[in-house]
Design a protein around this ligand. Sequence first.
Ligand SMILES: Cc1ncc(COP(=O)(O)O)c(C=O)c1O
Length: 484
Amino acid sequence: MSETLRPRAVCRSPLDPADWSEFRARAHEALDAALGRLERAGEGPVWRPAPPQVRGRFAAALPRSGRPLAEVLADFEAFIAPYSVGNTHPRFFGWAHGAGTPVGAIAELLAGALNANCGGRDHIGPIVERQIAGWAAEAFGFPPQSSGVFVTGASEANFLGLLVARDAALGHAVRGRGLKGAGAQLTAYASAEAHGCVRQAMELAGIGGDFLRAIETDEAGAMRPGRLAEAIAADRAAGLAPFLVTATAGAVNFGAFDDLHALADLCAEAGLWLHVDGAFGAMTRLSPRLRSLTAGLERAHSVAFDFHKWAHVPYDAGFLLVRDPLAHRGTFAAPAAYLSRTPRGLAAGEDWPCDFGPDLSRGFRALKVWLTFQTLGADAIAAAIEANCAAAVRLKSRVAASDRFELCAPVPLNIVCFSRRGDGSGEVNREIVMRLQERGLAAPSLTQRGGRLVIRAAIFNHRTSFADIDALAEAVEEIAAELG
Ligand SMILES: Cc1ncc(COP(=O)(O)O)c(C=O)c1O
């Protein structure tokens, strides 16, 4: 073997550690501290704001020279770790946050050390990503050859789903010609409960947010199919071009589900693309007991969802699954000389992840999903989802039994919206939520119901017990009593 091809025992670079054993020792300490934090995730306040002197440290100038790792890790322990969001804590009830898992954290470390660019090329990253698409297809009842791509989150996945639907309606030529040459104005439809990213996707696509029709919902929060049919007919009569229905499986406010079979029938009849925003709700598909909530999901053209929410894969891990891989690929694939494929070697393989979305450089998100499902299994994740729904029923009954509070929305899943009785605008609710957060007792968030701000407790954390629910209910009562 020539000298130049002989493997090198240890690489020497000024950016690698000068002393590997010292580096290893510090790295092991950092890992131990991180795992210790997860082991005791329920200790201490749910959240604490970063004080001004801590914030000030992060206004310092670009460091021109480095400091010892031990010193920087000590800064991390003192000034970063204590001031995180709090979503690992069992009494974090805000928005729709997953809690992460220790195995997910290890996966991040392993992916970081591999530092694979998963935009394309013939290596294990895209192969694992392909397997995750297969698992999603299996869980959702999609054909095995369905295509999938990791993105940051459901916001981006909904946007990309809309672009695939746009191309299906107008042909891929729209990529070159733009919307101006497309003829009639496109219109899309979603329930009034749909997440704001659905409208934003219309804005980003240049179609226009005003051409998303917010369809009235029933008492359960599901889009009324009759109203949808009327809106489509009215738009057609006005010379517009309906192209997409974005259904919601688990709406952000209180977890409402659209009737996917009814919407699939309607889309088939009207020739529209059916996309499902299943950001967190699609994961209920893993549970045989909750499966009926998403009946009809298997008929959709595309689904957006997140592994980082109810599957607790560390942020970020959004995903778009598309039934027709050709429609998906044709929307994004862009030939370029520097991305030429070869019959063999590292540039082999026709389908690269960069052909299914706008990201060229991208990390190995698939690894943390793979490790999570391989080690925990889908059944354990499903059981944690079911436990969250049971905890929501407990909170619902605590609220129903309270003299001070009232429920403000149905509780079909894991989200409980409630209000101080008689709090017309929601000022008291807002004060209660801020005090809960500032005292580190619990962290629900707020939303609007019936024109007022209400308390919204979304139970996504696999560490949340009934005792945590009771603690929230009691803290809320106490603060309400303080406020009179
Ligand atoms: C129903 C729904 N859709 C979309 C989103 C956006 O997801 P992401 O924050 O991962 O972009 C959310 C976030 O909570 C959601 O609840």
